[in-house]
Design a binder for this molecule. Structure first.
Ligand SMILES: [Zn+2]
Length: 150
């Protein structure tokens, strides 16, 4: 606890990203509200850091060399798996449009195998399943889920 100029009690927290102290306005604040003139800078940066660590973990899981530019060494299937992992995050399932998949350079022709008796047309890519839910104006909507090997 410190006192500000008006001699009121002010609560301070330490930002986990930049380690600076900031004045708490409401209890839910974790990061400093602004940094370098940008709102939520530390919150965003911390999220980005977590995401990068996660990708690095997945990359090492598939024993992809990180000694050189590993993006160039990724096979198409490995790239596809990384894309799905990123889109799924911590969720059990998520939907994605073909526009987004195109944007992330996902190659729908490259997968591990096809599930023929599924409710929707489904392909398996490593630990993930991709099911075609609907087609609307040539835009495909897919469901991403974890492959439970059943
Ligand atoms: Zn901060």
């Amino acid at each position: 606890m410190k006192h500000n100029s008006e001699n009121k009690l002010v609560r301070l927290k330490t930002c986990p990203y930049c380690k600076c102290e900031f004045v708490v306005i409401h209890e839910l604040q974790i990061y400093c509200p602004e940094k370098y003139g940008k709102q939520n800078y530390c919150k965003y940066k911390q999220k980005q850091l977590i995401e990068e660590n996660r990708l690095a973990q997945v990359a090492s899981l598939y024993s992809i060399s990180q000694s050189t530019d590993h993006r160039k060494q990724l096979s198409t299937l490995e790239h596809n798996i990384l894309v799905l992992d990123k889109l799924l995050g911590y969720q059990n399932e998520n939907t994605v449009s073909s526009l987004k998949l195109d944007e992330l350079k996902f190659d729908i022709r490259t997968f591990s195998y096809r599930i023929t008796d599924a409710e929707y047309p489904t392909i398996v890519l490593g630990p993930f399943k991709l099911s075609l839910l609907l087609i609307n104006n040539l835009i495909f909507t897919f469901k991403i889920s974890k492959n439970d090997f059943t």
